[in-house]
Design a protein around this ligand. Structure first.
Ligand code: AMP
Ligand code: ZN
Length: 494
C-alpha cells in the first residue's frame, strides 16, 4: 500500500506519516477569526486540509478532525462597535456565512468545531498550570508567558531571538519582563467581553485559545497541526510553548503542516492590504467547485496566484469532466453490465500515490485531465463504450478523493448556466468585482467529440444524410473532420 508522506515544518523535511495511534488519527487546524467574511486566501487552508482529512479517512479507520472558531478577539470587538450591534450578532452572522461559503467550496464540516467562548475553563486551567510551574507570571491584570522559561522556543519557526522580538510586532508593555513574552490573559473594561478569573475580569489571548481548545477536543498530543504559513510564528510557536510547558514537556503535535499564501500580483492576499476577494463575491461569479479546483491545482505549499483566467480554466475543466460523466451515464443501459463496474472505493493507484506524496493535488489533477478524461473521450470517439464507462467510473472515484464531481452532471450544467459569469481576462488586480458579463460560449472538445460520436453512429446506421449534416454543422463552427484508418480526427479551421 502507498505510504503517506507529509512535509513537517518542524523538521523542514518530508517525512513518513506514522500516527501515534493508527486506530485513531487526530488533526487540528486553526480556523477563522469571525469578524468578517472569509476571503479566498482564508479558504485555502480549509480546502487543503479538507482533502487531507478525506485522504486520512481512506487510510485509517478513525480520524478526528477539529477546526476551531475564534470568537473572542479584539477585531470582533471593534467590528461590533462599527456596526453598532452586539458582539454575538457579529460572530453569529460571520459563522453562518463561513459555514455556507465553505460548504459551497465542497469542504465537509470538521468532526469538532470548538469555540473559544465555550472553552474558557480549559484556558484558565492551562494558564494556572503555567503560572504554577513558573512558565507564566501575572502583572497589572495581565498574565504573560515567560519565553525565557522554555528552551525550545523558536524551534518551529527557526527564528533567532532578535527576529522573535521584531516578529512579535507588539508594542512592548512596561510590565513585560522580556519583550518576547506574550499575553495569555488580559483585563477587560466593563464594556468589553470578559470572564471572572483569579487575575480579575478579563479575556484570553489568541494563542492560549488554540492550545486549550485542541486539548479540550483532542487531548494532550495530536498527530497533525495545520494552518496557513503566517501562523508558524508567533501563533504556532506560542501554542507549542504553552502546551508543552503545561504538560511537562510532552509533545503537542507530531507533524506541523502549513499551506502557502494565496497571492494577487505577487502580494499576499489580506484584509490589511485591501487586495482581497471574499468567497461570497466569487460565488456570485463562478461555481464553488470551480473555485475549489483552482485552489487545488497548485501544490499546497507553493504560493498560489489567483487570476480570472485561472478561474475560467478551472470552470472549463469541470465542464469537460462533467460532460464525460453525462455522456457515459446516457450510454449506461446499452453498454455495460453493472458487474464490470469499478468499485467506487477503488481509487486509481496513481491518484492515491500523488496524494500520499505530501498531498500533491496538482499532480493528481493533471493525471485526471491528461490520462483519465482524455482516455474517456478517446474511447467515446472510437465507440468503445465499455472502456468509456470504465474511464467515467475511474474519473468519479479519483475526483471524489479531491472532493470534486460531487453533484450529478445535470445539476452542474444547470447551475453553471444560471451563474452570472466570470469576467474574462482582466486580472483581479484591476478589480473586476461587479462584472456580470455572461460566460463565453465555446465549441469545447467534449462537444466536438460528442458530435463525432453521433456522426459515427449515424454512419453505422447507414443514415448518411445525418452524418453529412453533422459534418457540415461542425464545419460551420470552424471544426474540420478528417477520416483516417484510425478513426476520425479533427482540427480547428484557421
Ligand atoms: P485568520 O482568520 O486571519 O486567522 O486566517 C484564517 C486562516 O487563513 C489561517 O490559517 C491563515 O493562515 C489563513 N490565511 C490567511 N490569509 C491567507 C492567504 N493569503 N493565503 C493562504 N492562507 C491564508
Ligand atoms: Zn490557532
Amino acid at each position: 500500500m502507498t505510504a503517506l508522506h507529509v512535509h513537517n515544518t518542524m523538521t523542514r523535511r518530508k517525512e513518513k506519516f506514522e500516527p501515534l495511534d493508527p486506530a485513531h488519527v487526530k488533526m487540528y487546524v486553526c480556523g477563522p477569526t469571525v469578524y468578517d467574511d472569509a476571503h479566498i486566501g482564508n479558504a485555502r487552508p480549509v480546502v487543503v486540509f479538507d482533502v487531507l482529512a478525506r485522504l486520512l479517512r481512506r487510510l485509517y479507520p478513525k480520524v478526528t478532525y477539529a477546526r476551531n472558531i475564534t470568537d473572542i478577539d479584539d477585531k470582533i470587538i471593534v467590528r461590533a462597535a462599527e456596526r453598532g450591534v452586539h458582539i454575538d450578532t457579529v460572530t453569529a452572522d460571520t459563522i453562518a456565512n463561513y459555514h455556507a461559503d465553505m460548504a459551497a467550496l465542497g469542504a465537509l464540516p470538521p468532526d469538532m468545531e470548538p469555540r473559544c467562548t465555550r472553552s474558557i475553563p480549559g484556558m484558565l486551567a492551562m494558564i494556572e498550570t503555567l503560572v504554577d510551574k513558573g512558565h507564566a507570571y501575572a502583572a497589572e491584570g495581565h498574565v504573560l508567558f515567560a519565553v525565557a522559561s522554555y528552551a525550545d522556543y523558536g524551534k518551529l519557526s527557526g527564528r533567532s531571538r532578535d527576529e522573535q522580538i521584531a516578529g512579535a510586532r507588539v508594542e512592548v508593555a512596561p510590565f513585560k519582563r522580556d519583550p518576547a513574552d506574550f499575553v495569555l490573559w488580559k483585563p477587560s473594561t466593563p464594556d468589553q467581553p470578559g470572564w471572572d478569573s483569579k487575575w480579575g475580569r478579563g479575556r484570553p489571548g489568541w494563542h492560549i485559545e488554540c492550545s486549550a481548545m485542541a486539548k479540550d477536543v483532542l487531548g494532550i498530543t495530536i498527530d497533525i497541526h495545520g494552518g496557513g504559513l503566517d501562523l508558524t510564528f508567533p501563533h504556532h510557536e506560542n501554542e507549542i510553548a504553552q502546551s508543552q510547558c503545561a504538560h511537562g514537556g510532552v509533545q503537542f503535535s507530531k507533524y506541523w503542516m502549513h499551506n502557502g499564501f494565496l497571492v494577487v500580483n505577487g502580494e499576499k492576499m489580506s484584509k490589511s492590504l485591501g487586495n482581497f476577494f471574499t468567497v461570497r463575491d466569487l460565488r456570485a461569479r463562478a461555481p464553488g467547485e470551480a473555485i475549489r479546483l483552482l485552489l487545488l491545482k497548485t501544490h499546497y505549499r507553493a504560493p498560489l496566484d489567483f487570476t480570472d483566467e485561472g478561474l475560467r480554466q478551472a470552470k472549463l475543466n469541470l465542464d469537460r469532466w462533467y460532460r464525460l460523466l453525462q455522456i457515459s451515464d446516457a450510454l449506461l443501459d446499452s453498454s455495460q453490465k453493472e458487474a464490470d463496474r469499478l468499485n467506487p472505493m477503488d481509487v486509481p493507484p496513481d491518484i492515491l500515490r500523488a496524494l500520499c506524496d505530501d498531498l500533491n493535488t496538482s499532480e493528481a489533477i493533471a493525471r485526471i485531465g491528461e490520462f483519465i478524461v482524455d482516455k474517456g473521450y478517446r474511447h467515446h470517439r472510437d465507440g468503445n463504450l465499455t472502456e468509456l464507462r470504465m474511464a467515467a467510473d475511474e474519473l468519479r472515484s479519483a475526483a471524489a478523493m479531491l472532493g470534486l464531481l460531487q453533484v450529478n452532471p445535470e445539476a452542474w450544467f444547470k447551475q453553471t448556466l444560471n451563474a452570472t459569469g466570470i469576467p474574462s481576462r482582466n486580472s483581479f488586480g484591476s478589480s473586476t468585482i461587479g462584472n456580470t458579463k455572461p460566460l463565453e460560449v465555446h465549441m469545447e472538445e467534449y462537444e466536438i467529440d460528442t458530435a463525432i460520436a453521433a456522426r459515427l453512429a449515424a454512419r453505422k446506421a447507414k443514415n448518411f444524410a445525418e452524418a453529412d449534416r453533422i459534418r457540415d454543422d461542425l464545419k460551420a463552427k470552424g471544426i474540420v473532420l478528417e477520416d483516417g484508418p484510425k478513426g476520425t480526427s479533427w482540427k480547428r479551421d484557421g
